[in-house]
Write a protein that binds this ligand. Structure first.
Ligand SMILES: CC(C)(COP(=O)(O)OP(=O)(O)OC[C@H]1O[C@@H](n2cnc3c(N)ncnc32)[C@H](O)[C@@H]1OP(=O)(O)O)[C@@H](O)C(=O)NCCC(=O)NCCS
Length: 197
């Protein structure tokens, strides 16, 4: 039997210039707070509830009453999503990359899936997809070697594996930014908001 399709509503918002101009710890705290506001917006749109946002001793977000959550905060953009199943979400800003990182994000077999498309865009697609799966699995960077690109479906959909588990991932491109979300049994309705409060 096929599981029913559930729609997820990841919320993404730009970081205001005053917040981008913050420094050090103050900036980290503010970005983290903004990502949580995006997450609460995702809860409201989804009809899901998260009264607290606990994490384990490794910093992995823990579900509350069956509601899972994942957030990402970068200097210029933040986002978050709530889901009734394990979920991973990641954001990146496209920027020049050190060529050595190409081999770090994927091996020769994984790069072979895209042929000549070994571009900055594909790099960030792979990177965010792996980050999303690592987050959904509750693993940080340490799990990277167990996470592999298995199949490219089209420009917004690919399949990864973590050990023997398959993780479909959806991408969303906006300007020079890209978002990725694990989308097992999920439809995804991306929500781009101008500001968070
Ligand atoms: C920590 C990690 C999960 C993501 O970090 P990141 O991309 O730098 O940061 P993001 O802003 O996207 O995500 C941070 C959020 O992820 C969550 N998170 C942290 N560790 C996590 C874990 N092990 N599993 C799931 N979620 C985690 C937290 O909620 C955190 O926000 P908070 O501290 O405000 O609660 C991890 O994958 C990492 O260290 N990445 C380093 C970059 C790298 O080398 N990636 C290789 C990809 S090819």
């Amino acid at each position: 039997m096929t599981s029913p399709l559930i729609t997820l509503y990841p919320v993404i918002a730009p970081v205001s210039q005053p917040d981008q101009d913050l420094k050090g710890r103050e900036k980290v705290v503010r970005l983290s707070q903004l990502a949580r506001l995006a997450l609460q917006r995702s809860c409201r749109i989804s009809g899901l509830r998260l009264d607290s946002l606990p994490k384990n001793e490794d910093g992995v977000p823990l579900p509350v009453d069956g509601v899972y959550w994942s957030i990402s905060h970068k200097s210029e953009v933040v986002g978050g999503v709530a889901a009734p199943m394990p979920v991973g979400f990641d954001l990146e800003i496209l920027r020049p990359i050190n060529p050595a990182l190409m081999d770090r994000v994927a091996d020769i077999d994984e790069w072979g899936l895209v042929g000549s498309e070994q571009t900055q865009t594909t790099f960030f697609r792979f990177w965010t997809a792996k980050e999303a799966v690592l987050k959904a699995e509750g693993k940080g960077f340490a799990g990277l070697s167990r996470c592999r690109i298995a199949q490219i479906i089209d420009t917004t959909c690919m399949v990864l594996t973590f050990d023997d588990r398959r993780w479909p991932v959806s991408h969303f491109w906006f300007g020079d930014q890209v978002a990725a979300i694990t989308s097992h049994h999920f439809a995804v309705d991306w929500q781009i908001v101008k500001a968070l409060s």
